[in-house]
Write a protein that binds this ligand. Sequence first.
Ligand code: ATP
Ligand code: MN
Ligand code: MN
Length: 370
Amino acid sequence: YTSTTPTPVSTVSRYACQRRTTTKNNNKIFTDAFEVLAESHEFNDMEGPCLAFRRAASVLKSLPWTVQNLRVTEDLPCLGEHTMCVIKEILQHGRSFEVEKILSNERYQILKLFTSVFGVGPKTAEKWYRRGLRSFSDVLAEPGIHLNRMQQSGFLHYGDISRAVSKAEAQALGNIIDEAVRAITPDAVLTLTGGFRRGKDFGHDVDFIVTTPQLGKEERLLTSVIDRLKQQGILLYCEYQASTFDESKLPNHRFEAMDHFAKCFLILRLEDSQVEGGLQTAEENRRSWRAVRVDLVSPPVDRYAFTLLGWSGSRFERDLRRFARMERRMLLDNHALYDKTKKEFLAATTEKDIFTHLGLEYIEPWQRNA
Ligand code: ATP
Ligand code: MN
Ligand code: MN
């Protein structure tokens, strides 16, 4: 046993919420391959292997060093036989033939293309594929295909919303939302969340949480914000979901379960002049604006910490729920934390409170890129 192992790998937890993962990925060559494999299994409705590849990718993302031989991976958690084979292939040949085979597979390519449209999930993509549709023009020309409102705007703004959103653009949207929120409720609190809160330089959308110090005052806030954005002529698409939150219900640990707070999924029109340094692509497009996806969620202030933690996203948040359930007999979701042993809800005003309840070391948002 030579001393080439950079850190004692035995200390890597199998829960992402016990690992620190920055945006610097030292093992991108492996994690990109795992993501293709995960996605391909997702397209084939194989949840188990899909999750296994995502967990393996998450472990490698947390390492402050690059995997250079198979031996160092032996002490790492969540790496099964299949993932080890892929790592071995990449170490030996610089690439994985299994992954390349998937990438050149027509069905994979088409499902990937279809699911890149806002509002189109794997099920719809699969349905279109089985009908023999192979391109966007096939879909749009096919008689009897009904596109919902979300998918219609997905196609309409496809170019813009499939282009990454920059930090400067996120900042500009923050100013716009902040102004709208403040015009309605001056003491409202607006927080940037999602990938940008984790310190990412680019995102597929911009996520915000908005709440009011006065409990209950948040209830009508989102609809007023939406009305205002509409009046300003910058609302290109809006799906609003009213709150169905019931505080007597126990938290639901299933990560597929979305939260019940009032929220909206938007497409906004962002002007070049509103962005510091300008829109990234304004010049080549010769357009003075772009469409951007924005999500807003509005929890009551006493649930703010849970929502912030949940909406900060990534595998980190999913593993927090799993950790709570498996290791602490607690149920965590975006609304609350419930202790099954004590049979009581545990209150929190900050994210730190939640980590403390769970007996976990606090991990900063920028270390949650699991
Ligand atoms: P990206 O930079 O690609 O946007 P992200 O981490 O911000 O990455 P999102 O898809 O924006 O990814 O999701 C961020 C978080 O928002 C998720 O982890 C989830 O908790 C929350 N979220 C997203 N959609 C919903 C929804 N429909 N209901 C409840 N929560 C949601
Ligand atoms: Mn996001
Ligand atoms: Mn989002």
